[in-house]
Ligand binder design. Structure first.
Ligand code: SF4
Length: 344
C-alpha cells in the first residue's frame, strides 16, 4: 500500500511547508506588540490549536483569545463577538470557523498550512466512495475540507468520535468512516460497529513507534504513556491513556505519575507543562526499527503559523478563508449535529 508520504499531493504540500524561523527576543516582543495593535484595531481575536508554537499559544491567551482542540476552537469562534477570527492552526480549522460564523471574517497566518488527512481525502473520490456504500451513515473527521463535510451525515473530532459512533452503532446503523484509518480502526475495535474505512493517515501520529516507547519506558519505568488515537494500533496498545489532545491534557493532570511519555504533536507540551509545572513530559520516539523520522512529532503545517505571517494577514487581509455559501449550508448540517451532541 502507498504510504501517505509517497502520495504526490502530500509531498507537494510538504515541500511548501516552510516552518517559522526562530526570532530574537527583541523581534518577538516587537512582533507581538504589533499583533496586539492589529487585533484591537480590527476587533479580532486569535483562536489557536494546541499544536501551534508556544509563542502563538501564549499570545492567544494574553489577548483574550483561545487555545484548544479543534472542537473547542470551533465552539469558541462561534460564540465570540469579535468581527474577525484569526485561526492559528491548519486550513480545515479556518474553514470550520467560517462555516459556523459565515458573517465573520476568518483569517489565517497562512492558507498553505494544511493536513495530510485533508489532502488524502479529495471530495470527488470521497463522493464516489460514499456512492459505493449508500446504506452507510457517513461520519467524517473534522480534518477534512468543507466539500467533504458537505457530503457527510456527521462531523466529529477525536474528542467526540467514539461517543458518536457508539451512539449510531446502538441505533443499528452501519458507518462509513473517513479519513483517518488508524482512528477509524481504534473506534471500530472499541465499539464493534460495522464500519468501512477510508485509507488516510496523519503524517505526525503515524510515525510513533511502539518499540521506541517501550524502550523509553525501561529508562522511565514509572512513566505513564499517553497516546492520540491517530497513531497505529501497535502504539495504541502500549498506552495507559488513549484520547484526543484535550483528553490527554486532562489525563496528565489527573494521573498521579510524575513522568509521561506523550505520543502526539509536541506543541501540546506548552499546555501540559503550564498546567503541571512539577511533572515531566517526554516525546514519544518516532524513529524505530526500519523507519526514519519525517515529522519528528511536530506537524510541519502547524509549524508554519508565525507572528510575521499573522501580522501580514492582519495588515493586508491576505489568507482569508472563503467557503462558497452552498457548501456552508450543506456542511453546517453535520457540524451542527456534532456541536449539539451531548458532551458527557
Ligand atoms: S498533526 Fe496530523 S492531523 Fe493534525 S494537522 Fe498535522 S497532519 Fe493533520
Amino acid at each position: 500500500m502507498t504510504s501517505v508520504y509517497e502520495q504526490l499531493l502530500v509531498r507537494e504540500h510538504l515541500a511548501k511547508a516552510t516552518p517559522a524561523g526562530t526570532l530574537s527576543e527583541a523581534d518577538e516582543t516587537r512582533f507581538k506588540e504589533r499583533v496586539k495593535e492589529l487585533l484591537d484595531e480590527q476587533n479580532a481575536v486569535i483562536v489557536a490549536h494546541y499544536y501551534t508554537s508556544p509563542v502563538i499559544q501564549a499570545l492567544a491567551e494574553e489577548t483574550g483569545g483561545f487555545v484548544g482542540d479543534s472542537l473547542e476552537m470551533a465552539r469558541f469562534g462561534a460564540r465570540h463577538p469579535a468581527k474577525t477570527l484569526v485561526v492559528a492552526g491548519v486550513r480545515f480549522m479556518g474553514e470550520t470557523a467560517k462555516i459556523l460564523s459565515p458573517e465573520k471574517r476568518v483569517l489565517m497566518p497562512t492558507l498553505e498550512a494544511t493536513c495530510s488527512l485533508d489532502l488524502g481525502c479529495l471530495a470527488d473520490e470521497f463522493g464516489a466512495f460514499c456512492d459505493q456504500h449508500p446504506e452507510h451513515t457517513v461520519v467524517v473527521y473534522a480534518n477534512t475540507s468543507a466539500a467533504v463535510k458537505a457530503r457527510a451525515d456527521w462531523v466529529v473530532t477525536s474528542s467526540i468520535a467514539l461517543k458518536v459512533v457508539q451512539h449510531l452503532h446502538d441505533q443499528g446503523q452501519k458507518i462509513l468512516w473517513a479519513p483517518d484509518k488508524h482512528l477509524g480502526d481504534y473506534i471500530n475495535r472499541s465499539t464493534g460497529a460495522d464500519m468501512v474505512l477510508w485509507d488516510g493517515a496523519c503524517i505526525v501520529h503515524e510515525e510513533f513507534k511502539a518499540k521506541g516507547i517501550l524502550d523509553l519506558q525501561k529508562i522511565h519505568p514509572t512513566a505513564a504513556v499517553l497516546v492520540h488515537p491517530e497513531s497505529p494500533a501497535s502504539v495504541v496498545e502500549v498506552a495507559d491513556v488513549v484520547g484526543s489532545t484535550s483528553q490527554l491534557l486532562k489525563a496528565a493532570g489527573e494521573l498521579p505519575n510524575e513522568t509521561f511519555i506523550v505520543a502526539t504533536d509536541r506543541g501540546i507540551f506548552y499546555k501540559m507543562q503550564q498546567e503541571n509545572p512539577d511533572k515531566r513530559f517526554l516525546e514519544a520516539p518516532t524513529a524505530g526499527d526500519g523507519a526514519t523520522c519525517r515529522s519528528c512529532a511536530h506537524c510541519p503545517w502547524m509549524a508554519m503559523n508565525s507572528l510575521e505571517r499573522m501580522i501580514a494577514s492582519l495588515e493586508t487581509g491576505s489568507d482569508e478563508i472563503q467557503v462558497p455559501p452552498e457548501l456552508i449550508k450543506k456542511a453546517l448540517v453535520p457540524l451542527t449535529r456534532m456541536l449539539e451532541f451531548p458532551k458527557d
